[in-house]
Design a protein. Structure first.
Lengths: 187, 160
């Protein structure tokens, strides 16, 4: 499993014919779509959600929706299919971030930088993956959606039900924290 | 801009959206320029994190759902066309003039399934002008109304 979240080998696996067959409800074609995208969707969900269980639920919900709605999917080519599936997955993952239990702990975190107090040695000891996981949920979601998935602040604001300036400030806070936690190691 | 850029300014410059003042400062200030470079590297490192795989295969459950969706879709289409065809056939057999049981408000032309199919197909093909689409829709709605009316008629004939 190499790097390259954004470039799954979808193009080589799926063609327009497979997409057409999936639209008509062909189960083998739907499975090919699932196999081509499960890593992309699970990775996106795992980076945004706090737990692996939540990410698995997002994966399942995303493909429920894909199976239900692909009949009405009007794009052509794997590129537009990728964009559609990612959009569905992002919305499902961000829904979880918007839920109350997530928000409460987020606000606690924002209040007093609880993590830094709880664990003063955290700086310089984290690798990028750990640092990312440690960010408050909404900051982590914004970093991932913006810097990795390539969504604009306008898209993110719409999907998260927040303002554009909130999305920008979350990105800035996330990068400020990552900088501290990663120290000078990450240059 | 005499002070260093804020993190938000630096990110905006990184993403090609910075203000003119922020871009000018970054051009002239080695510290801020280094910071923008570092932010580019962080983004690249995030994108290079490994793909993760779900711990369990979810396809078997999804397959069962997908099979159910396919069955429902096919059944719905079949039921729809069978009842339309039955209604049309009955209308022909009985020589029903739709509208007789609706106070004479309906157009008194006989129901033609072919014309409904033709109107629907023309709509699906697209490419028609707005007025044309509107006319086709009106035609389709009218034909559907007439078919529904035939159902009512049939119910009355069999004493329901
Ligand atoms: Zn500066």
């Amino acid at each position: 499993m190499g790097p390259g979240v954004l470039t799954p080998t979808v193009g080589t696996v799926l063609d327009d014919l497979a997409i057409q067959r999936a639209r008509a409800g062909d189960l083998d074609a739907l499975e090919r779509i699932y196999r081509a995208y499960e890593g992309t969707v699970y990775t996106l969900a795992r980076r945004i959600c706090r737990t692996a269980e939540d990410a698995e639920d997002v994966l399942q919900e995303t493909f429920f929706e894909v199976c239900r709605s692909i009949g009405g999917f009007r794009g052509s080519g794997p590129g537009s299919l990728t964009a559609w599936i990612k959009r569905v997955a992002s919305s499902k993952a961000l829904m979880r971030i918007r839920r109350e239990k997530y928000r409460e702990t987020d606000e606690l975190f924002e209040d007093g930088d609880a993590v830094a107090r709880r664990d003063p040695d955290v700086a310089l000891t984290l690798d990028l993956e750990q640092a990312l996981a440690r960010l408050p949920d909404r900051s982590r979601a914004v970093v991932w959606m913006h810097d990795v998935e390539g969504y604009t602040h306008e898209d993110i604001a719409e999907m998260m039900g927040m303002t554009v300036s909130f999305s920008k400030s979350q990105l800035a806070r996330a990068h400020a924290r990552l900088k501290t936690w990663l120290g000078e190691e990450h240059r | 801009m005499t002070q260093h850029c804020t993190m938000e300014d630096l990110l905006a410059v990184r993403d090609g959206e910075g203000t003119a003042a922020a871009r000018r400062h970054v051009d002239e200030c080695p510290a801020c320029r280094a910071e923008v470079d570092r932010l580019h590297q962080v983004a690249a490192a995030l994108r290079a994190l490994p793909v993760q795989r779900p711990p369990r295969d979810r396809w078997p459950e999804l397959r069962a759902v997908a099979a159910g969706v396919g069955r429902r879709r096919r059944r719905w289409i079949a039921t729809g066309w069978v009842s339309l065809a039955a209604a049309a056939a009955l209308a022909v057999i009985l020589g029903v003039r739709p509208g007789r049981w609706s106070g004479g408000q309906m157009a008194a032309q006989p129901v033609s399934l072919d014309s409904l199919v033709a109107a629907s197909q023309q709509l699906q093909r697209g490419g028609a002008s707005r007025d044309e689409v509107l006319r086709l829709w009106q035609q389709r709605v009218q034909l559907m109304n007439q078919l529904v009316n035939v159902h009512v008629t049939r119910a009355a004939y069999v004493g329901l």
